[in-house]
Design a protein around this ligand. Structure first.
Ligand code: GUN
Ligand code: ZN
Length: 436
């Protein structure tokens, strides 16, 4: 028996581009989203679809709302939740001062489980229904985040971090042990329900050539697992990589050399790249996570979306918490707009939505099952609520078009504007305030 959700509905069919092609989006002012057994049956105009439905179909109304596909976060660190918004450093100092000590606390499995649970709740409260997630070096950190996602039937990809040099001793694994642990986690979690595994070398600075090579071999053995790492985020980091790997043509070439540049490989940041890197990333099917709040907060640089898309690289938004400052893809899209503005590029609202939904699904090679409301896709969706704050209520009331309405929600909105988050057609109960 299908179930229906009635509201305004907006989703992307392809990348609207910098010129905001109108054929790339579909909008129903009075729309109906029809769901059965957790999948989308159809999205369309309410009057047309209602006339075809059995009279006793359950219809949930969200008057004044806007239904969009569930947000997809292409890069985030769950163990860094408790050090989000830590003052003052650029990447390498920030890692030493804040991130590594925070991750060392995950030696305690109970703490890992507690943070994983809160993290997943926070994602859902922000309308995020899928994410690609870093754990820590501890295998039980991956267990914790997978268990938290599975309990809510969320689609989630994660992995235990690999790091065997240039980091505190308590966070170090070694090449063989790291691979044995990763292999066991792949066998345990990859493809179980909606979960997927990502082989997760932190970045080329914290893995020896031996570990990068072993990671590449593991990736070759499991072509349908993901690879997840950082690339060319910070100038000092890029200089260090050039010093450590003088025989490689570029930072990306280090990963390529070890077999880590391929389809389903997702690289966070990609700020300091040349055209030749972009061409090889596109040719090999690698994807980029654009993490604007992190790039601004850590003073890392400005992501060149038009150059990446011109090279035909798959791109999606990432929050990169805790270098990033919000788990909200609305806030992240707002900062993406400003990053592009600073480079004299446009980010039309439809393209911002694309980067948080279908584009991100493409970057994760999940666009066959999520990212928009085409029939047969998994019914993950969010109901945006303009009345979530008095300011958004006032601004949206003055908006004439859906673009203007969504743009105001992106610029001004946050978790207060998420009225409901649905995972495979089921509403999630989420705690957004201490007294909720
Ligand atoms: N590069 C290597 N590790 C990290 C991390 O934890 N956060 C960010 N932003 N960049 C990294
Ligand atoms: Zn990161």
């Amino acid at each position: 028996m299908p179930e229906a959700f009635r509201s305004s509905i907006l989703h992307c069919l392809s990348d609207p581009g910098e010129a905001a092609s109108s054929s790339a989006v579909e909008y129903f002012e009075d729309g109906l989203l029809l769901v059965e057994d957790g999948d989308v049956v159809e999205a369309g105009p309410a009057d047309v679809l209602l006339s075809k439905l059995p009279e006793d179909t359950r219809v949930t109304d969200y008057p004044g709302g806007l239904i969009v596909p569930g947000f997809v976060d292409c890069h985030v660190h769950f163990p860094q939740l408790d050090i989000i918004a830590s003052y003052g450093e650029q990447l390498l100092d920030w890692l030493n001062r804040y991130a590594y000590p925070a991750e060392a606390r995950f030696a305690d499995p109970d703490y890992a489980r507690e943070v994983a649970d809160v993290f997943v709740e926070q994602m859902l409260a922000n309308g995020t229904t899928t994410a690609l997630v870093f754990g820590t070096v501890h295998p039980h950190s991956a267990d914790a985040i997978f268990e938290a996602a599975a309990a809510r039937n969320m689609r989630l990809i994660a992995g235990k971090v690999l790091m065997d040099c240039n980091c505190p001793a308590e966070l170090r694994d070694e090449a063989a042990g790291g691979m044995t642990a990763s292999r066991a986690l792949i066998e345990k979690w990859h493809g179980k329900g909606r979960l997927g595994y990502a082989i997760t070398p932190r970045f080329a600075l914290t893995s020896t050539p031996g570990q990068l090579q072993a990671a590449g071999q593991l990736a070759a053995e499991y072509p349908d697992v993901w690879v997840h790492t950082h690339l060319a985020e910070n100038r000092n980091e890029v200089d260090e990589i050039a010093r450590l790997f003088p025989e490689r043509a570029s930072y990306l070439d280090v990963y390529d050399h070890f077999g880590l540049l391929r389809e389903r490989a997702v690289f966070a940041h990609c700020l300091h790249m040349n055209d030749s890197d972009r061409a090889s990333m596109a040719a090999k099917g690698g994807a980029a996570a654009f993490c604007p709040t992190s790039n601004l907060f850590l003073g890392s640089g400005l992501f060149d979306l038009p150059a990446m898309r011109a090279a035909k690289i798959r791109c999606g938004l990432g929050t990169d918490v805790g270098g990033g400052t919000s788990l909200s893809l609305l806030r992240t899209a707002s900062e993406a707009y400003k990053v592009l503005h600073l480079q004299e590029h446009a980010l039309p609202v439809s393209r911002a939505l694309y980067l948080a939904t279908l584009g991100a699904a493409e970057a994760l090679y999940l666009d066959d099952c999520i990212g928009n409301f085409l029939p047969g896709k998994e019914a993950d969706f969010v109901v945006l609520d303009p009345t979530g704050s008095s300011l958004t209520a006032r601004r949206v009331a003055a908006a004439d078009t859906v673009d203007e309405k969504l743009f105001a929600l992106i610029m001004l909105g946050d978790d207060r504007n998420i009225a409901a988050t649905y995972v495979r057609g089921r509403r999630q109960s989420v705690a957004t305030s201490p007294d909720a």
